[in-house]
Design a protein around this ligand. Sequence first.
Ligand code: NAD
Length: 438
Amino acid sequence: MSKEICVIGVGYVGLVTGAGFADLGNRVVCLNRNQAKCDNLRQGIIPIYEPGLEEIVRRNIEARRLFFTTDYGEALKDAELVFIAVGTPTGTEGEADLAYVQEAVEGVADVMTRPVIIINKSTVPIGTGDWVARIMSRRTDIPFAVVSNPEFLREGSAVYDFYNPDRVVLGSTDLQAAEVVADIYRPLNCPILITDLRTAEMIKYASNAFLATRISFINEIASICEELGADVTVVAKGMGMDRRIGPSFLQAGVGWGGSCFPKDVKALEYMASVHGCHPQLLRAVMDINRDQRRQVLLKLRALLGNLEEKTIGILGLSFKPNTDDMRDAPSIDIIHLLQIEGARIQVYDPVAMDNARRILSNVTFCPGPYEVAQGADAVVLVTEWNEFKQLDMDRIKAAMRTPILIDGRNIYDPAQMRARGFIYRGIGRGYNGTGNQE
Ligand code: NAD
């Protein structure tokens, strides 16, 4: 049976969740603090780039199942289920900052007029569900339940992931409430794991930490490959054929970034440390990632010497393809490191340019990849957008001052690039003289 749902926060998670549940036939009101954003959303103009999302938002606005408001009273009027999908950024010590979650929970408690189930979709530290329940109890006498429902969607394929989750995790001390939440996921025909609050919260952190660990692992192997003359792309392929290992998250490159892995690994490390554990592996995973972002600088120094006044072209800025999200993107650190050495930077990204303009300074924003190569002493591929895989590389080379190509995501064939006259460097590609060793 369709439900009355309120979703607080209309970012990558909230908007996909709200639009998705509306599309499944529920009535959803999305609550947002920003009036201009809200006005745009009512007309189907979405504040983020997420393939396929705008279409679902528009369809459900027209069907009068999806609504937007900035008013807690209006959002909570009929709500039975309240999803919290606000940001949980890194705090000053590495902990997850719960200020937005607190604001949302207090907002709900202060206006609710009927029993609700509060569902935490934001990634929150272990124990947050209990903390939310305490805030609620202090501010309202109306019955409520708290359910943890960590989100696993991937930016860039968030809509697909909403309809095709590998699993839905629900944690609560109130099994009946967890079952009510399970019911709204039933149309998706996916496995549903019901557990306690803290275990559900930990599943999210452990999953992200494990994925980050796989990438840092292969990046460490890449550094060893480079020294010993092996090609990490083939090593990863060979490893991935083992069913116990599998091929995902074994692509060596300039490291992981984005809105989740960096803050979640840091937050888990923080939680563990303050509770007397020694999360050595998590620390190593973060250290390797930090070092990995320096790889580009080291390779350029080795090839160009002093980078003062050198022009470096950067292809791709978002933390991964198919998103405009620049949060903790490797491109930011890479560009800063190069700027510190005095390099001039010219950049292009298919969709993240507007967000990048707010973060990067003293860089030239180019209209396309060929302009990035114009007069460049080196071009660095940072984000593996599909459009970079099919570039006219002869045109790129002809535009450059020196044909140095740093392939930060190993998307090009080293032998082909060399045959075209590039001085090519990938990440961890040392095989048989065709990779990083010449
Ligand atoms: P986001 O920054 O894109 O969106 C957060 C939204 O919450 C913004 O629209 C913000 O304006 C709004 N907001 C903040 N406080 C509010 C309040 N008190 N009332 C109403 N709105 C408020 O963040 P996101 O990427 O959607 O992530 C949200 C949460 O989900 C985070 O905890 C994140 O770790 C987690 N998560 C994100 C992803 C992802 O891929 N982005 C995946 C899984 C989990």
